[in-house]
Ligand binder design. Structure first.
Ligand code: HEC
Ligand code: HEC
Length: 204
């Protein structure tokens, strides 16, 4: 133990390491490393690109997607939301049929009935995740101009507390929920941010 601490440079790192060892002598320090950060981001991407999230985080065409096993579709297959639904500029369908005509505050109890939440609308165009790679979403979620002006702490907080995000883990009968949990994904975001928020390089 003493040898490992002495091997670190003196100063802040050694103080942090000493404090961590002092708290949990049996465990390695809970400092995010490059490899835990990559694993944490991979979990976040798995959720953000999951049908329960990506079906709604769609581009400027304003057309929510239907994808995932509950639609009888294999991975990679998808259709546009049936009934020619468009979010329009308003992103809530004011220009055609408002989302709230069918999507109420609660999930329908019938399989294939409309899922529900007090807020049901498309996210702003700059928050598009549909069809984007891990690297693309990673870079965009760090960019306040494309994430609603949020710090990474705010993004983690949004995942931890937003009711509409939580819907992805309680999506109503028959629909497969997003993997992990909101708390795990929020923690993964904190871990990844703490290690400098590295993004994968898709070209590699
Ligand atoms: C005419 C009724 C109707 C309107 C209007 C409507 N929806 Fe839907 N929506 C549904 C139904 C029904 C489903 C579920 C279909 C199923 O599970 O087979 C659904 C599913 C969805 C899904 C997929 C959820 C998932 O992950 O499985 C999204 C996203 C969605 N709607 C977004 C919207 C948005 C955004 C609007 C407004 C711009 C909207 N819908 C307007 C009826 C409607
Ligand atoms: C019914 C549509 C809908 C679904 C489904 C949905 N979102 Fe969103 N999402 C939104 C809207 C609307 C906003 C904009 C809210 C804001 O900025 O305050 C948003 C914003 C966000 C943000 C803010 C930062 C950013 O750059 O996007 C995060 C993080 C997020 N959603 C995570 C998720 C996750 C994780 C899921 C799935 C578990 C999910 N969302 C499912 C509509 C949706």
């Amino acid at each position: 133990m003493k040898i490992r601490i002495a091997a670190l440079s003196t100063g802040a790192a050694a103080i942090v390491a000493t404090a961590l060892y002092a708290q949990a002598p049996e465990e390695a320090p809970a400092v995010a490393t490059a490899s835990t950060a990559a694993a944490s981001w991979a979990k976040v991407y798995e959720v953000f690109s999951h049908p329960r999230c990506a079906n709604c985080h769609v581009p400027e065409d304003g057309r929510p997607r239907w994808s995932g096993a509950s639609y009888g579709l294999a991975e990679g297959e998808w259709t546009y939301h049936a009934m020619n639904i468009h979010g329009g500029q308003s992103r809530i369908g004011l220009e055609s049929i408002p989302c709230s005509t069918c999507h109420t505050a609660e999930n329908s109890e019938t399989p294939h009935g409309p899922p529900g939440n007090p807020v049901w609308m498309l996210p702003p165009v700059e928050m598009t995740w549909w069809g984007k790679t891990s690297q693309e979403i990673c870079e965009q979620i760090k960019d306040p101009a494309r994430n609603g002006g949020r710090s990474l702490e705010d993004v983690a907080d949004h995942v931890a507390h937003d009711e509409l995000v939580h819907w992805g883990w309680e999506p109503g009968p028959g629909r497969e929920p997003a993997p992990y949990s909101a708390a795990e994904i929020s923690a993964a975001l904190v871990d990844w941010a703490g290690a400098g928020a590295p993004c994968p390089n898709d070209a590699e």
